[in-house]
Design a protein around this ligand. Structure first.
Ligand SMILES: *[C@@H]1O[C@H](CO)[C@@H](O)[C@H](O)[C@H]1NC(C)=O
Length: 210
């Protein structure tokens, strides 16, 4: 099963992915977090999310990916694919494109990646985030681009949905405040990490146990 979320880069608009691949049939359930720096470096919301799963008694998980867990104050299962600055359009075209892509192009790239993921595992579950707001000092338009992307996600998700490989939209936008929950307008601080862990927990729990 695959769980992913989207991220926008700052500066130029880009799209980052963050997500988790989980394999429902196998034990443990494999989960891949796929995304950019908000996902990966340090991405301590993943540590908090892992701890919430443990606390809830959900221990049949294995987080997978080529990147190690950065220090988040305690030991956790933190393998991931959170690559700083990564863009969906760049992945699809095998190179990083300049940013400033609109939701249509970004989601088309996401669609291609969903097809690839289903080729690797036809019944993977996919969780896509409506991403946290951003307000970087060097990109005043980026906030509106996130709004536009998040708005386009439900229809795109429904169009790519399937019974074998269901897609769930995860709302990480609501309640997140760039002034309170980030240090730089983009990357979550401790309060922001808590909010991101919270937005993922229930959808992830359902995906693992469902
Ligand atoms: C995708 O389909 C599943 C049922 O297979 C449904 O529960 C889910 O809400 C659908 N997701 C979207 C985004 O339409």
């Amino acid at each position: 099963m695959l769980i992913r979320s989207l991220r926008l880069t700052w500066g130029v608009l880009g799209l980052l992915l963050s997500g988790c691949v989980v394999s429902a049939q196998s034990t443990p359930v494999r989960i891949m977090s796929l995304g950019d720096s908000i996902t990966g470096s340090p991405g301590c919301w993943r540590a908090l999310l892992w701890r919430k799963l443990q606390t809830a008694g959900i221990t049949n998980t294995k987080f997978v990916g080529s990147l190690p867990s950065p220090g988040c104050g305690f030991t956790y299962d933190g393998a991931n694919e959170g690559h700083g600055g990564i863009q969906a359009t760049g992945i699809v075209q095998r190179r990083e494109l300049p940013g400033n892509k609109g939701p249509t192009e970004i989601l088309a790239a996401f669609g291609t990646m969903v097809d690839w993921m289903r080729e690797s595992k036809k019944d993977m579950k996919i969780l896509v985030a409506q991403i946290i707001p951003i307000n970087p000092a060097n990109c005043r338009q980026c906030g509106d681009r996130v709004v536009a992307l998040n708005k386009a996600i439900p229809a795109w998700t429904a169009s790519k949905n399937s019974t074998d490989s269901p897609i769930t939209v995860v709302d990480c936008w609501t309640g997140f405040d760039t002034a309170r929950d980030t240090g730089d307008g983009v990357h979550p601080n401790n309060a922001g990490n808590e909010k991101i862990a919270n937005c993922w927990f229930e959808p992830l729990r359902r995906a693992i146990q469902g």
